[in-house]
Design a protein around this ligand. Structure first.
Ligand code: PEP
Ligand code: MN
Length: 350
């Protein structure tokens, strides 16, 4: 997808609720120079039946009328809308109402059959397609959805990171697991990625911090939920911002974060120190594995089992204590040492 300006900001209500609500939010958002597209939920996936499931076609009709009306976005162009599609019929209806940017929602991304059906329906019609991460923390499903789109020759694509549904989402509605989004970008280095702070946090008060974090991680922009009167929203009331809250956040975001760091000499010097430290670390690891191999030989000769639970427990406790005194995070050190130990056991079987 073409990102004309960074951050690329898509804002709008979780759900389109009425013509008045949509017009009101569009009027406010069009006055914000950073907002480049307006979102509006037309078909709403609900966890349990009986809730508001979206207005469907009438909502698209209003979008089309607003697009064709006198309102203009800050760049002077007609209002651009996007919405979630979950079935081939939705794509058909969007096309009929002049909507050419859509997204595949988190519940759909996790279903390869549906993604294939949507990819077929999208084939050849020049739509821009964004794909939210799947509900479960499986980056391969997310990557797979893009591969399915590419197989159908759909290349105007972008990712939306909306967090993952975890058993223990303590601080978030959907835990971000930033490393999975980074992994996606390693696979598709040129794929634009937007952060959805609304569905990650579930709370409007956390949106700003998440947006800052996303900028530090060189995201291309945001998809954020905005409602004229969030507490009265029919869906996702706790996480929607008012237009003026969004405006304040956008004004406060730094504009000077640069993802090209090659020109900074201060950084160069520090990076060469990191390079040297990494070299030392790898050399130490290689030496450690050599000693593991010698230990394996001794164990074999003396009939001692490779895995020694007690010894490992005491090593771990001792190292965590040392590491903590050095100011390292004990959880991180435990994970690292566990990985090293697994490799050391493997090496002893070579
Ligand atoms: C939404 O954007 O309103 C939505 C339902 O999102 P998600 O697919 O991330 O749950
Ligand atoms: Mn929502």
């Amino acid at each position: 997808m073409e990102i004309i300006e960074r951050p690329f900001v898509i804002a709008g209500p979780c759900s389109v609720e009425s013509r008045e609500q949509l017009e009101s939010v569009c009027t406010s958002l069009c006055s914000l120079p950073q907002v480049q597209m307006i979102r509006g939920g037309v078909w709403k996936p609900r966890t349990r039946p009986g809730g508001f499931e979206g207005l469907g076609e009438p909502a698209l009709q209003w979008m089309q009328e607003i697009s064709n009306g006198p309102l203009r976005m800050a760049d002077g162009n007609h209002v651009r809308f996007c919405c979630e599609v979950a079935r081939p019929e939705h794509i058909e209806l969007c096309l009929r109402h002049g909507i050419n940017t859509v997204w595949i929602g988190a519940r759909t991304t996790g279903n390869p059959f549906m993604v294939d059906e949507l990819a077929e329906a999208l084939r050849g019609n020049n739509m821009q397609v964004m794909v939210k991460n799947p509900m479960s923390p499986d980056v391969r499903l997310w990557i797979g959805a893009f591969e399915r789109l590419q197989q159908a020759n759909i290349n105007c694509i972008a990712a939306i990171h909306r967090g993952f549904n975890m058993y223990n989402n303590y601080d978030y509605r959907n835990t971000p697991l930033w490393e999975l989004a980074i992994e996606l970008r390693r696979t598709f280095p040129t794929l634009p990625i937007l952060c959805d702070p609304s569905h990650i946090s579930g709370k409007s008060s956390m949106a700003k911090d998440l947006m800052l974090r996303a900028l530090q991680l060189a995201y291309d922009g945001f998809m954020v939920e905005v409602h004229p009167n969030p507490s009265q929203a029919w869906t996702d009331a706790d996480q929607q911002l008012t237009p003026s809250q969004l405006s304040d956040i956008l004004k406060s975001l730094p504009t000077n974060i640069n993802d090209d760091s090659s020109h900074t000499t201060a950084l160069e010097a520090l990076r060469s120190r990191i390079d040297a430290i990494d070299y030392d670390m790898l050399q130490l690891l290689a030496r450690r594995m050599e000693v593991s191999r010698e230990i394996a030989a001794v164990k074999r000769n003396e009939g001692i089992s490779v895995y020694q639970a007690k010894r490992w427990e005491s090593v771990m406790n001792n190292r965590i204590k040392i590491a903590t005194d050095m100011g390292l995070d004990p959880k991180f050190v435990k994970e690292l040492l566990d990985k090293i130990h697994i490799e050391s056991v493997r090496v002893q079987f070579e």
